[in-house]
Design a protein around this ligand. Structure first.
Ligand code: ASP
Length: 323
């Protein structure tokens, strides 16, 4: 009897603990500027994620700079209580090869909460660029060697990785102009202060659809299904054989966050990714929500580990480092 009562008390206490979380607003750190591609994913996700988290408010905090490493570093050092989370992309896997010193260890300092989506990228140019297709762009880039500005969101951003591979494969060097995110970079591209950029479809689709930027290619091996982007040819089909860059987003918590909280956020994420409105919105922006098996923390961890192994050598070969 006594044993049963103790067991009941423990069950009750555990039940209470998990039912209580979250009892105050949760912050999701986005390591790039507001209004950009990762920020848009985070804000759309937060709307549905909160339904599985006692309808708590989710505050998005933009901590841009150093290609996403400042924001990731902030979360690595935050209290592991489930109230500070990180939504980050492929930069989580490329940073270890790009930075000699990082303020965090990707595989050691985080709990993996699940993956979110895969996002292709597009190669776009300022509206006044005198090139209307990829072949004309390559000619213009060659004619203007030494004068071309390529915008990105800093060393470690997806726009950096994509731009790096583009320069490597075309053999054309450009001057890179780093921003705290591709939202401010887009503002400058629209204003003609920078020439070209490789950016996620979650940021470029509406600009392409409105004819406000020049669109030259998608960075995946297959053309995209999203109506606004379906006519854009791949880089692979236009001469850059094997060019294949799609990025992905995942959700993280500081290492040591209680398992009950990790499980609860993971369950909320699983449900959020099944929300028809969220899925539709992602598709309209060219992104693809991951299948349920990839939302598991174990799969997420395994995937990031594999991505570190995949991109590390390519980045090291390109010889790009920051201290
Ligand atoms: N995801 C970044 C942003 O939201 C851009 C990038 O990674 O290139 O601004």
């Amino acid at each position: 009897m006594r044993k049963t009562l103790t067991a009941l008390a423990v069950t009750f206490a555990c039940g209470l603990a998990s039912a209580a979380y979250p009892e105050k607003p949760i912050t999701i750190v986005v390591p790039f500027a507001a209004g950009g591609p990762t920020d848009k994913v985070a804000r759309d996700l937060a709307e549905v994620l909160r339904k599985g988290l006692n309808n708590q408010t989710i505050v998005i905090e933009n901590v841009g700079g150093a290609g996403g490493t400042l924001g990731a570093g902030r979360v690595a050092k935050a209290a592991p209580d489930g109230y500070t989370l990180l939504l980050h992309h492929i930069g989580m896997a490329t940073a270890p090869a790009l930075y000699r010193t990082l303020p965090f260890k990707v595989m050691e300092d985080f709990e993996f909460l699940g993956m979110i989506n895969d996002v292709p990228m597009t190669l776009i140019g300022r509206p006044t660029l005198p090139a209307n297709n990829y072949a004309e762009l390559v000619k213009w880039l060659n004619d203007n060697k030494g004068k071309v500005n390529l915008a990105n969101a800093g060393l470690g951003a997806a726009s950096h990785l994509c731009g790096l591979l583009f320069q490597q494969k075309t053999g054309i060097d450009m001057t890179t102009v780093p921003y705290k995110g591709t939202a401010p970079a887009m503002t400058d591209l629209l204003g003609g202060q920078v020439d070209i950029m490789c950016d996620q479809t979650t940021n470029t689709t509406s600009q392409i659809e409105a004819g406000k930027v020049k669109a030259f290619a998608v960075t995946t091996m297959q053309p995209l299904k999203t109506p606004a982007l379906a006519k854009l040819p791949t880089l692979d089909s236009q001469g850059l054989k094997g060019f294949d860059v799609a990025i992905w987003h995942g959700l993280y918590a500081p290492k040591g966050t209680p398992k009950a909280v990790v499980d609860q956020v993971n369950a909320a994420l699983r449900n959020a990714l099944k929300d028809p409105e969220f899925v539709k919105r992602q598709e309209a922006l060219g992104a693809v929500v991951v299948t349920d098996n990839r939302v598991s923390p174990a799969e997420h961890r395994k995937f990031v580990e594999a991505e570190i192994a995949k991109w590390g050598p390519a980045i090291k070969a390109a010889g790009q480092y920051a201290d």
